[in-house]
Design a protein around this ligand. Structure first.
Ligand SMILES: [Zn+2]
Length: 63
């Protein structure tokens, strides 16, 4: 399976973590545990123009 990767800042500890996603799997949200502090991060994907990586936004799961 072809996966894209990007980095995002953890909303809990501020460390940069690597995120993997499927390029076609946009306009969705999912949870991923921080690789540093192991807290659950809510990640929302928003698709942009064709050929561009989707926009990532990270939230604390308790907000
Ligand atoms: Zn963290």
């Amino acid at each position: 399976m072809f996966l894209e990767s990007t980095t995002a800042s953890c909303p809990y500890c501020g460390e940069f973590i690597e995120l993997l996603f499927e390029p076609l799997d946009t306009d969705q949200h999912y949870y991923e545990d921080c690789q540093v502090c192991c807290q659950p991060i809510l990640i929302k994907l928003t698709s942009r123009s064709e050929g561009e990586l989707p926009l990532f936004r990270c939230f604390r799961a308790d907000e």
